[in-house]
Design a protein around this ligand. Structure first.
Ligand code: SF4
Length: 365
């Protein structure tokens, strides 16, 4: 553990909710999820994307169930999916029933949009019998008109009131395997609404800055929004919502969790930004080191890749191992102590040997 301690230490304990083999809340890991961008009716494209997400360590995947044709694709998708599947459904309770029958582990629905209470009860009964959890997912963009009028717009209070209404509908149907999400495309409303809902219920919370945008701005907004909430102990599963390849959502989610030391998947690379002292192509070396550790999933290890021999070992001294590049020669160091001077073009090889020695992991290129 770092001498500065781990941060945060105050994750709020939520009641445990099972979804198939997954557990949310309590002391379960904060699960990383994403959503396919394929047309769910295209089974092979959807399974292909799910496999890519699984390879990136995604832990559950949501697919949009737009209509009955998409629902008909679900049995095959669930059967062959490398990840537990969540069905995203609006309005039509028959799609929810079909998704449960098909083998999804979770539904994302808003019970208040399903018509009458009898339909909600039917879905709740089928979900309970199949060990399927239900996420009540409130979005600022699709709030009930009455609440918009009452609160003067999609305020955090309006979103929370909407979520509470949906939760009560499920609870009235005797169903409590509930996960809650309240999302807006901006950090402030999402943070405020999640703080409020975390105070008034103990269901696990799915956190996300919805429709956060293209990768660069979306990653910044997601990192700030999810970072604030996670640092306050709020959040049991995360989705980063970006326009583009969902694999990037998963990678970003892990980087956020790893930054807060809430999840650790293996190696953490610390590298310097370089400056006028750097005499090598450090970006290339960092890419090689990234490749070396890509599939490492052993105990946590921090690797420093620094751009000069003068400041490198000192700046990277909290790393477990590292290299500091110099002109022609570089240094290999362990816990800030130089253990060898190595020719510049052999630095990566030396680092790899040291990494294998410590971890027992053999990188295969
Ligand atoms: Fe510059 Fe050296 Fe610091 Fe890198 S480690 S930023 S090259 S002084």
């Amino acid at each position: 553990m770092s001498v500065f301690g781990n941060f945060p230490t105050n994750r709020l304990k939520r009641r445990p909710v099972k979804a198939g083999s997954l557990l949310f809340g309590l002391e379960a890991p904060i699960l990383v999820q994403s959503m396919t961008t394929t047309d769910t009716r295209d089974i092979s494209a959807t399974l292909n994307q799910i496999e890519q997400l699984a390879n990136a360590d995604c832990e559950l995947v949501r697919v949009a169930v737009l209509n009955s044709q998409a629902a008909k694709a679900l049995p095959e998708i669930c059967k062959h999916s490398k990840l537990p599947v969540v069905a995203d459904i609006h309005y039509d309770h028959r799609l929810a029933l079909a998704a449960i029958e098909a083998g999804v582990v979770k539904l994302r629905i808003n019970p208040g949009n399903m018509g009458d209470k009898a339909k909600v009860r039917e879905v709740a009964k089928a979900a309970a019998a199949a060990d399927v959890a239900i996420r009540v997912g409130v979005n600022s963009a699709s709030l009930e008109k009455g609440l918009l009028d009452k609160h003067g717009g999609a305020t955090p209070q309006a979103m929370v009131e909407s979520a509470v209404g949906h939760i009560h509908l499920l609870e009235d149907a005797g169903f409590e395997s509930i996960i809650v999400s309240i999302k807006a495309p901006d950090v402030s409303r999402t943070v405020m609404a999640n703080r409020m809902i975390a105070e008034i219920c103990d269901y696990p919370l799915h956190i996300c800055i919805t429709h956060a945008g293209p990768p660069k701005s979306g990653i910044v907004a997601s990192s700030i929004g999810l970072g604030i909430l996670l640092a306050e102990g709020i959040g049991d599963t995360v989705r980063v919502s970006l326009t583009g390849d969902p694999v990037l959502e998963v990678e970003t989610a892990y980087l956020i969790l790893e930054s807060l030391k809430l999840r650790q998947r293996g190696a953490c690379i610390v590298s310097c930004p370089t400056c006028g002292r750097c005499q090598v192509d450090l970006a290339k070396i960092v890419s090689e080191v990234e490749e070396m550790v890509r599939s490492y999933r052993g105990p946590a290890i921090t690797i420093a890749v620094m751009g000069c021999e003068v400041n490198g070992p000192g700046e990277g001294k909290e790393a477990d191992i590292g290299i500091a590049a110099g002109q022609g020669m570089g240094l290999l160091f362990v816990k800030g102590e130089v253990i060898a001077k190595v020719e510049a073009d052999k630095l990566c090889e030396a680092l790899q040997k040291q990494f294998s020695l410590i971890t027992g992991f053999a990188h295969s290129s």
